[in-house]
Design a protein around this ligand. Structure first.
Ligand code: HEM
Length: 223
């Protein structure tokens, strides 16, 4: 391979990594900012209102959830960069083992706990409660399956389960896109449309994750 084709390949790798990182971090921006705002409000002992009573009275689950989500979505984005991963596999393993699996488990467990025990607004009805139970449980299961796969050195399966777990968590980011425009155009939804908008965020991510997993498998089969 010539020096110039090596340089082209190198610059394509850098661009691909930058594109993936920018996309994932952009997706997590708004829920992360909302989370930072909520933690700040709790830390500052803000006045209790109808919108924040559950968070102010029982802050631990939501604070754990938000810190876990910041670590999982922010640091997690860098696990999916092919060039960074191949050059710094030690970092990939360290971050996965000591930061991302614990943070992901904290996000899913605290999400399940809040689903069960928080007095959520009436618009978050039974349908959304069932969806959150399903998403939290699946995210936990995918993380466990991802860890089991890497322990038996099945990297293809590890990749698939970790992409699925991350995609479910990032539903929080896609939900900004599936709710905000409709709220801006038509005002606050009723219980049914709230469920449709929230589930759409998770479903879109599940479909995108499956496409990415299949493309990766197809690329490996050709190589
Ligand atoms: C990285 C992914 C996630 C991020 C960034 C995120 C972010 C947040 C934030 C910022 C809040 C506080 C909302 C507020 O202050 O009004 C929250 C609440 C909550 N999240 Fe997540 N979340 C994520 C994943 C999940 C998952 C996977 C579940 C599934 C069980 C979940 C379930 C919940 C529940 C039940 C609440 C409380 C809702 C309420 O009481 O209104 N979250 N999340």
């Amino acid at each position: 391979m010539t020096t110039s084709s090596l340089a082209t390949r190198e610059s394509r790798g850098v661009s691909r990594d930058a594109f993936i990182a920018t996309g994932l971090l952009a997706l997590t921006l708004i829920p992360s900012a909302a989370g930072a705002f909520r933690v700040g409000e709790i830390a500052a002992g803000a006045p209790i209102t109808a919108a924040n009573t559950r968070f102010m009275e029982m802050p631990l689950p939501v604070v754990l959830h938000i810190i876990g989500a910041l670590v999982y979505s922010g640091i997690g984005a860098f696990q999916f960069l092919p060039r960074l991963r191949s050059r710094h596999i030690g970092w990939h393993r360290f971050a996965g083992r000591y930061l991302l699996v614990p943070a992901g488990v904290a996000v899913a467990l605290s999400g399940l706990w809040m689903t069960a025990f928080y007095d959520v607004p009436p618009i978050d009805g039974l349908g959304l409660q069932v969806s959150r139970y399903l998403v939290g449980t699946l995210m936990l299961a995918f993380l466990v399956l991802g860890v089991c796969a890497v322990l038996r050195h099945d990297i293809g399966a590890h990749r698939g389960w970790m992409i699925r777990a991350y995609a479910l968590a990032m539903g929080a980011g896609t939900q900004v896109l599936t709710t905000a425009p409709f709220v801006a155009l038509f005002g606050p939804p009723d219980e049914f449309w709230r469920l449709v908008q929230m589930d759409a965020g998770w479903l879109i991510n599940i479909v995108v994750a499956e496409v990415i997993i299949r493309r990766g498998r197809a690329r490996q089969a050709v190589a």
